[in-house]
Ligand binder design. Structure first.
Ligand code: AKB
Length: 335
């Protein structure tokens, strides 16, 4: 019998990189990766890689017929800063790409006559605080609050959360046809920081960029002011959240979309921590009004108590452990 497959889209990106490494250790499934780019050298050979476009419907049809896909991690997306530069292209990749994949999951589910799990990482970008005062006042935002994104990326993510819910709960049910069984589950991530990769095209990028630049001995001009604050999480916790949510018994889930987070730091506080490990680091602040406005529209922190109660979410890396045990040693060893 054919091995069941896990499909990871956007596998060459930061989360994909960490997720492929982690999932390749278990060997229960065939790992199938899809990305426009080749995989980075460190994860080449860990999966069956298809280099191609998520928007290519023929390619998706081929994947459905060739592989017995049981789980989809849909990571491919154009991030927030890049999406502001090319908003319509962002809409295509982020929304139409997700729709095509939900269609693929539906076809797989009907063809194989069983449920397909669809894990979707959403983002803090789906929130939109109206001004700096509100951001000060409402510190830890719950899932249903301030769902008024300011960026194309935030709009795309919020809509795709709804599409996922629609496909898993309502698709074709009004017409009394065979209900599809897509088991859609979603986490909203804060800014992510990896010790091994650098992000590109995001707005929370100043956090990881500051740390990696210091380790390389390069000067860094941070594009938000020192007081600008959002929550962050170490990359191993992001992978842990995706896997733990996927394994949670469905009956324990009181919602399909969950906040997850670890620590909240201002840009100035990140600089202070970086200086502890790299006292000679040259970190200055040169705010870019457009990118800073995006950060100002995101909440200072996320309330992830629903994830903690429903599926036992707990970050393994608090702020001290993230910097002292994960980021600094691994980044120092890298450069
Ligand atoms: C971005 O900055 O666009 C992403 C995100 C917070 O989703 N890192």
């Amino acid at each position: 019998m054919r091995k069941k497959a896990i499909l990871i889209t956007g596998a060459s990106g930061e989360v994909g990189h960490a997720l492929v490494k982690q999932l390749s250790q278990s060997g229960n499934h065939l790992l199938l990766t899809l990305d426009l780019q080749p995989l980075p050298p460190e994860i080449q050979g860990l999966s069956t890689h298809v280099q191609g476009d998520l928007l290519d419907t023929h390619l998706l049809a081929r994947l459905v017929s060739e592989f017995d896909i049981e789980v989809i991690y849909h990571l491919a997306a154009l991030l927030s800063t890049r999406s502001e530069v090319t908003p319509e292209m962002a809409h295509q990749i982020n929304v139409e790409g997700t729709l095509g994949l939900l269609r693929l999951a539906t076809e797989q589910s009907q063809w194989r006559n069983r449920s397909i799990q669809f894990i979707f990482p959403s983002s803090i970008a789906i929130y939109g605080m109206p001004d700096r005062e509100s951001k000060q006042l409402y510190q830890r935002v719950r899932e249903f609050e301030w769902n008024q994104p300011r960026t194309m990326y935030g709009c795309n993510k919020l809509y795709c959360e709804m599409l996922g819910i629609y496909y898993s709960r309502h698709y074709r049910q009004l017409a009394a046809q065979q209900p599809v069984t897509i088991d859609f589950r979603c986490v909203r991530f804060p800014g992510l920081i990896s010790a091994f990769t650098l992000p590109s095209g995001g707005t929370s990028d100043y956090g990881p960029e500051m740390i990696h630049a210091a380790a390389k001995g390069e000067p860094y001009a941070c594009f938000v002011r020192p007081e600008a604050r959002i929550p962050f999480m170490a990359m191993p916790d992001a992978v842990h959240a995706l896997l733990q949510l996927g394994q949670a018994p469905r009956e324990r889930l009181t919602r399909l979309v969950y906040n997850v987070t670890s620590f909240s730091l201002s840009a100035g506080q990140i600089r202070e921590r970086v200086l502890q490990a790299f006292p000679d680091a040259q970190i200055t602040f040169a705010p870019d009004p457009k990118r800073e406005a995006i950060i100002d529209s995101w909440p200072a922190d996320l309330d992830d108590s629903a994830a903690r109660v429903d599926w036992g979410w707990q970050p393994q890396y608090d702020v001290d452990r993230a910097f002292q045990e994960y980021l600094f040693p691994n980044i120092q060893a890298r450069y």
